[in-house]
Design a protein around this ligand. Structure first.
Ligand SMILES: NC(=O)c1ccc[n+]([C@@H]2O[C@H](COP(=O)([O-])OP(=O)(O)OC[C@H]3O[C@@H](n4cnc5c(N)ncnc54)[C@H](OP(=O)(O)O)[C@@H]3O)[C@@H](O)[C@H]2O)c1
Length: 337
């Protein structure tokens, strides 16, 4: 007999969500798809920084889930049964299933994916929302080209690692900032950045200045105050800054960083706020570039996977603490039953 399970919120998180805020609960196996919808088997869950804020009612105005509610979140899943004309059993989709093994979901919002030069789970990372975020920031906002010196932090992550590789493939010099030796090795050896600086090491500011001399023309910001206040003064005149994420502030006390207005004027800098939702209907444009790059080896990605739905709370806490390497996912079931 097939058994279903889900991860539910045990208590409202106080500060950064922790594994102990969640519990695994049995739940009924959905007997059939909803009218016009899909019955799916979850293959992999996406662990994303925004979910930490969403659980605390701090993401794009969405209310926090109540204790006892299934954790929200996106997954790649196989269709078992379909009541929707455009979807068939055996096809794969990326959709919001929440943290569960089996889900009965509406077809609206489900996006079909196929295995290709990368595994299905890559549609949660380099070929999914984080990859699209990187593409949008690099090519649509900052419009990076061969003359650019591109600096990105959280450079080992799904967004930062992809952003630097896109910049590099467009001819720019790509410099990463990341925390710890394992991340540095991934960024330089696997992703092929020109350099990566460990911002936890003594004297990192001087090393960064030397690596991006005569100064970055583009800064893609994922972390917050620690990096931004160091990189912004190095920015060249007419430099561009893409504000994508503020990971160090999501669960910290105190206020997010403030950029001084005077130096923005002095540098004639352009500051772009990035919200990936604005680019969701352009995913095919990113895929048209990314799929050949993946096939030729010009684009690399790294997954940090834990196994089994039961591992999701601990994997989520690791991801929120920044202890993962690359794109954090939970493998709930094999691609093939
Ligand atoms: N604007 C948008 O539409 C959009 C869309 C997707 C993602 N984002 C944002 O883009 C950023 C990168 O996303 P991602 O999925 O690729 O995540 P990620 O880079 O894999 O994870 C966040 C990274 O931030 C760094 N970090 C620094 N201080 C931290 C702290 N106090 N707590 C936790 N992490 C800290 C860590 O890397 P180091 O150890 O290397 O510092 C950590 O690995 C995130 O801020 C995310 O919220 C924005």
């Amino acid at each position: 007999m097939i058994t279903n399970r889900q991860v539910v919120l045990k208590r409202p998180p106080a500060g950064m969500p922790k594994a102990a805020d969640f519990e695994i609960a049995p739940c009924p196996m959905p007997p059939a798809p909803p009218p016009g919808g899909l019955l799916v088997r979850v293959i992999a869950l996406s662990m994303d920084p925004y979910l930490g804020g969403r659980l605390r009612g701090r993401h794009m105005g969405e209310p926090a889930p109540a204790p006892g509610a299934k954790l929200p979140g996106f997954a790649v899943a196989e269709i078992l049964e379909s009541d929707a004309p455009d979807f068939a059993p055996g096809e794969f989709v990326v959709t919001e299933t929440g943290w569960t093994r089996y889900a009965a979901i509406p077809a609206a919002g489900a996006r079909k994916v196929t295995p290709g030069p990368a595994p299905l789970s890559a549609h949660l990372g380099v070929l999914g929302m984080p990859g699209l975020t990187a593409w949008a920031g690099v090519t649509q906002l900052a419009k990076v080209g061969p003359d650019d010196i591109f600096v990105v932090d959280a450079a080992a992550g799904a967004v930062g690692g992809t952003a630097g590789q896109i910049a590099k493939n467009l001819g720019a010099r790509a410099i990463g900032i990341a925390g710890g030796n394992a991340k540095l090795a991934l960024v330089t050896n696997t992703y092929g950045f020109d350099a990566c600086i460990d911002y936890r090491a003594e004297g990192w500011q001087a090393k960064l200045k030397a690596a991006c001399a005569p100064g970055p023309t583009v800064h893609f910001e994922n972390v917050g105050e620690t990096v931004l206040q160091t990189v912004f003064p190095m920015l060249q005149t007419y430099g561009r800054v893409v504000l994508c994420g503020l990971a160090e502030h999501y669960h910290a006390d105190g206020n997010p960083p403030v950029l001084p207005v005077g130096p923005i004027v002095g540098k004639r800098a352009a500051i772009y706020g990035l919200v990936v939702y604005d680019f969701y209907d352009r995913l095919a444009e990113w895929h048209a570039i990314a799929l050949p790059w993946l096939a030729s080896g010009q684009l690399k990605f790294h997954e940090d996977a834990s196994d089994g739905l039961e591992s999701a709370p601990a994997q989520f806490e690791r991801m929120l603490r920044g202890q993962h390497l690359g794109k954090a996912i939970v493998r709930v079931a094999p691609d093939k039953p």
